[in-house]
Design a binder for this molecule. Structure first.
Ligand SMILES: Nc1ncnc2c1ncn2[C@@H]1O[C@H](COP(=O)(O)OP(=O)(O)OP(=O)(O)O)[C@@H](O)[C@H]1O
Ligand SMILES: O=P(O)(O)OC[C@H]1O[C@H](OP(=O)(O)OP(=O)(O)O)[C@H](O)[C@@H]1O
Length: 214
C-alpha cells in the first residue's frame, strides 16, 4: 500500500491540527517531540507519513503532490492561490483578515484615495482593493509586526489578521473594514484525490465529524 503524506503548517496551528488528527485515530507520537530535529515522521501501521513545513509552503507541497494532504490556514490558501482541493473547515485557528489603521484613515478609504497598504498578504490585499473595491492602492509587502507600518508612517493602513483585537487596540489602531473570516482547512492534491479516493475520503469524513463535534 502506498503511503499517504500529510504536510502540516508549523506554528500556532500545528498542535491543534495534530490533536484533531489524533481524535480521528491518525496518530504519530514521534511528531509530538518538540526537541526532535527529524523532518519526516512515519506511522508504519497506517501507512502514513507526516511533516511540518512553513505555512506558506504547505500549498506548494500539496499542489506538486509531495504531500497528498495539507492542513493550513485559509489566509495562506488564498494568498498562495495554488491548485488544490479545499475539503474540510477544521474550525480551529479562527480569526479574520481585515483592513486596519488609525481611525483617521477611515476617510481615506471612503474617498478611495491613493493610499499605501502594508501587508504580509499582497495577493489578498490586491484582490480586495482592485477587484472588490475598485480602489487603486500601493501595496507594500512586509513579513511581520505589520501594525508598525501605520505607526511609523510606512503606510496609511494595513491588511492583517485580527484575532482578539488586542494588538490593534494596544497600538491605537482599529478594524476599518473586514475582508473575510479565516480558519484552518484540510487541502488535498488533485491527483491524490482521484487515486486514493477511498482512503482520503475516509480521512475527510472523520475530520468533518471531529470538527462538527468540537
Ligand atoms: N492571532 C493570529 N495571528 C496570526 N495567525 C493566526 C492567528 N490566529 C490564527 N491564526 C492562523 O494561524 C496561522 C499563522 O500561524 P503562525 O502565527 O504560527 O505563523 P506565522 O507566525 O504567521 O508565520 P511566519 O511568521 O513564519 O510567516 C495563520 O495562517 C492563521 O490562519
Ligand atoms: O488580534 P490579536 O489577537 O492581537 O492577533 C493578531 C496579531 O497576531 C498576529 O501576529 P503574530 O503574533 O503572528 O506576529 P507577526 O505579525 O510578527 O507574524 C497578527 O499578525 C496580528 O499582529
Amino acid at each position: 500500500m502506498k503511503y499517504i503524506t500529510f504536510a502540516l503548517a508549523k506554528g500556532r496551528l500545528a498542535k491543534k491540527a495534530m490533536s484533531m488528527l489524533e481524535e480521528t485515530g491518525i496518530t504519530c507520537e514521534e511528531m509530538k517531540d518538540d526537541s526532535s530535529r527529524k523532518l519526516i515522521f512515519v506511522n508504519e501501521e497506517l501507512k502514513l507519513k507526516f511533516f511540518l513545513a512553513k505555512a506558506t509552503d504547505v500549498p506548494t507541497y500539496v499542489e506538486y503532490g509531495a504531500a497528498d494532504i495539507g492542513i493550513v490556514g485559509k489566509d495562506t490558501i488564498l494568498e498562495e492561490g495554488r491548485k488544490l482541493y479545499e475539503v474540510v473547515d477544521l474550525g480551529i485557528g479562527k480569526c479574520r483578515i481585515c483592513v486596519a489603521g488609525p481611525a483617521s484613515a477611515r476617510e481615506l478609504l471612503q474617498h478611495h484615495e491613493l493610499i499605501r497598504v502594508a501587508t504580509k498578504y499582497p495577493n489578498i490585499a490586491k484582490d480586495y482593493f482592485y477587484n472588490k473595491k475598485h480602489q487603486t492602492v500601493e501595496i507594500i509587502k512586509l513579513n511581520g509586526s505589520i501594525e508598525l507600518a501605520p505607526i511609523v508612517g510606512l503606510s496609511e493602513v494595513i491588511v492583517d489578521i485580527v484575532e482578539t483585537g488586542s494588538t490593534l487596540r494596544e497600538n491605537g489602531l482599529e478594524v476599518l473594514e473586514e475582508i473575510c473570516g479565516l480558519s484552518a482547512r484540510m487541502v488535498v492534491n488533485q491527483v491524490s484525490m482521484k487515486m486514493e479516493q477511498e482512503r482520503i475520503g475516509r480521512i475527510i469524513e472523520a475530520l468533518r465529524l471531529v470538527s462538527r463535534n468540537r
